[in-house]
Design a protein. Sequence first.
Length: 202
Amino acid sequence: MKFLTLFVLIFLSTNSISEVSEKVEFEYYYVEGRTMKGLTLSMKESSPVIRGDSKHAASSKLKIQYRYSTQKQTTGCSLINPEVRLKTTYVVPKIVKERSSDKIVTVFEEYLSRLMKHEQGHRNIAFEAAQRLEESLGLLPLAIDCATLKRNTRKLYTQINEDQKRKNHVYDKENQHGVLQGVSFMDIVKPLVNSRKALVEF
């Protein structure tokens, strides 16, 4: 199975002194089909996204990273120059147009647009958490020593990161992994046909 990875680096400002940056990568797996049956079978066979006993069309790998400097004082240790970055990796299908019919390519492109909107919802939750971490790091009080400061930053990171994981789980549960947001081949194809037979043969 071949994959294509692309990435861009985005810098987004917050209201604090530093900025949250984001590195975005795309990992593609390739699919094809001249009918809907062929396309769905290709996606099922090719998708590397496995949760439990089932395969999914896409995923968003979200990793919040941070670093900072410390400043020793006579009264303790303080945190300075906090930097926070969100690494987002979208794993999504990419259609091989040369091996697919025009109608399937059209349906797939609409499906991918809806799928990406769903996945960006996951990203938004994680980015908000990264912003929260960046702001909170800047507000951490003076610690008795730098070892204590390190423990305090780690505890803060863990709390915020676990919270975004929980929110992303709820997000998927509420919209049924995008189905209620229209991420469904059936929702796209139905308006294009006028009979059940045509739907089956599409």
